[in-house]
Design a protein around this ligand. Structure first.
Ligand code: SIN
Length: 531
């Protein structure tokens, strides 16, 4: 076992981790770890864009109201106001770091998506995430004070008692290639490990979205909130497979229309905003249409946009559809819902501080209070930049007063490199099926309870397998075993929060309680580890 010391440790190389690292590296040294190659992040797959009030006829008030309305009563208004008012500056920062957004007549081109009352989606064709990732990674790679370690997976956070207080003092990190666990001691740590939607059978997320940030924070004792609010994107390309290809909501913003098996546009029957209703409503409508018809998918008809405009605005989607034999310019696209985004996460204050001193969180693994019960489209990239920058400012302020970690009493992680491989893969698949079947778009209490029991069995099975490990393996096996544990912990948090909330609100729709209950549940669901 080796160790490495740094001022600041960042876990995750998506938009939040990179933004944060660039900011703090103006003043101090940073180690940034990422479990795969640097470009492997959820950010890289984001198609739609970043919502910000940059248009002359738009207003902060409107963006705030749209966010609050989508969030179904659970957004924290002051956090939303901070988010929205910081939007133009966040976009300017990204441009300064080299991100090239689409323009029209010299101005930023603005799209519209569900739940927005005004065009305000700044984008880079339909590859916004990739444009942001590429530019930020270049800035990070060029920075002399940032050490980026690829194929380094955080296994557990270090918690020490310093000056009579529990404090996060870094993490145990697995060097996947050398199979070595490294103790990275840091005076402050940012969790920016991205999303969790890979716990579902069908998801728009890449397979890396295993909830590492939430699980690490939770196991270290930080408070986690609102994990029941899983956003299903209504339009993933059918067949969805494990990693489904996303068909951006921006397509509906340009005029594409959802149609049922008979070819009828159905969204107006569900909401007056029709195809541009917030995502929870559209996903439930698609679910209802699928139930009614018994068919495998509905259609997204983008033929009205016009071939030339589609080619110019959505080259990535055209390519993705063409790979499956669909020409989106001239024929409707078969689509189904898929798990897309987790609104809950490690709870933070307005400056990214978690309840565990020394630990900050930003990006999808954090719950900053801006999304409430349903995230407004394209608010997540914005949230990641705004709240990562705030966390950076706060951390830099605190750093001179933070005691140096000593790492004396932190136990080393158990070597999992010989975890049985086949059993591990089976366990993961079962977990994904349980989540898809029992904690989907429309839930009921019996199903959720049955899901909870199955997840406990799977967690027990993971422990049994750990004890039984015997055959020789490698660093990859170790990281997969660690990821699977994280998925199990996250899945159990989802079901725990979902069972606590005996009402329907935003993304959490339960047939036993189809209404909102503001008297009892106009509050965040909270989970704290009792270990
Ligand atoms: C999309 O492009 O439809 C996804 C954007 C988002 O999740 O905000």
């Amino acid at each position: 076992m080796t160790h490495s010391d740094t001022d600041i440790l960042v876990i995750g190389s998506g938009i939040a981790g990179l933004t944060f690292a660039l900011r703090v590296a103006e003043h101090t040294d940073v180690v940034l770890v990422t479990k795969k190659a640097r470009l492997d992040s959820n950010t890289n797959y984001a198609q739609g864009g970043i919502a910000a009030v940059v248009g002359r006829t738009d207003s902060f008030e409107r963006h705030m109201q749209d966010t609050l309305r989508a969030g179904a009563g659970l957004c924290h208004a002051e956090r939303v106001e901070t988010l929205v008012r910081s939007g133009p500056m966040a976009v300017a920062d990204l441009v300064d770091w080299g991100v090239r957004f689409s323009r029209s007549a010299g101005q930023l081109a603005l799209g519209i998506e569900g739940g927005h009352s005004h065009p305000r989606i700044v984008h880079s064709q339909d590859r916004t995430g990739a444009a942001i990732e590429t530019a930020l990674l270049k800035a990070v790679a060029d920075h002399p004070r940032i050490r980026l370690l690829e194929h380094h997976m955080a296994l557990s956070l270090q918690v020490e008692c310093l000056g009579g207080r529990r404090r996060c003092t870094g993490a145990w990190v697995l060097d996947v290639e050398s199979k070595q666990a490294i103790e990275v001691r840091a005076r402050a740590t940012l969790l920016a490990a991205g999303g969790s939607a890979a716990v579902y059978r069908h998801t728009t997320n890449p397979s890396i979205a295993t909830g590492d940030g939430v699980a690490l924070g939770y196991r270290a004792g930080a408070t986690v909130a609102n994990m029941e609010f899983i956003q299903f994107h209504p339009t993933a390309l059918y067949p969805a497979e494990e990693h489904a290809f996303l068909i951006s909501e921006a397509l509906r913003g340009e005029g594409a229309v959802l149609r049922n098996e008979s070819g009828d546009a159905f969204m107006a029957a569900y909401d007056q905003r029709a195809d541009l209703a917030p995502r929870d409503i559209v996903a439930r409508a698609v679910h209802a249409e699928l139930k009614k018809s018994g068919g495998p998918h509905v259609w997204l008809d983008a033929t009205g946009i016009g071939a030339e405009r589609t080619e110019e605005r959505f080259p990535g989607i055209l390519e993705g559809c063409q790979a499956k034999g669909v020409d989106a310019r001239h024929e409707p696209i078969p689509v189904v819902p898929a798990a897309h985004y987790v609104c809950g996460g490690v709870w933070t204050d307005i400056d990214g501080r978690t309840t565990l001193p020394g630990l900050f969180a930003a990006g999808e693994c954090a719950c900053t209070g801006v999304h409430g019960a349903n995230r407004l489209a394209s608010n997540s990239l914005l949230e990641a930049v705004v709240y990562a920058e705030r966390a950076a400012a706060r951390m830099l302020q605190q750093l001179p007063f933070v005691p140096a970690p000593c790492g004396a009493d932190v136990p080393a992680p158990v070597d999992l490199s010989s975890f049985p491989a086949e059993e591990l893969a089976t366990l993961r698949q079962r977990l994904k099926h349980v989540m898809w079947d029992h904690l989907g778009i429309v839930r009921n209490r019996d199903e959720m309870q049955a899901g909870a029991a199955q997840l406990e069995e799977l967690r027990h099975k993971w422990s049994t397998l750990r004890e039984a490990r015997s055959r020789s393996g490698g660093g990859q096996r170790w990281s997969e075993a660690a990821e699977t544990l994280n998925m199990l912990d996250v899945a159990r948090l989802v079901v725990r929060c979902a069972l606590w909330r005996r009402e329907s609100r935003g993304l959490h729709y339960v047939t036993d309680y189809p209404y909102r209950d503001n008297e009892s549940y106009l509050r965040d669901s909270i989970a704290v580890s009792t270990d």
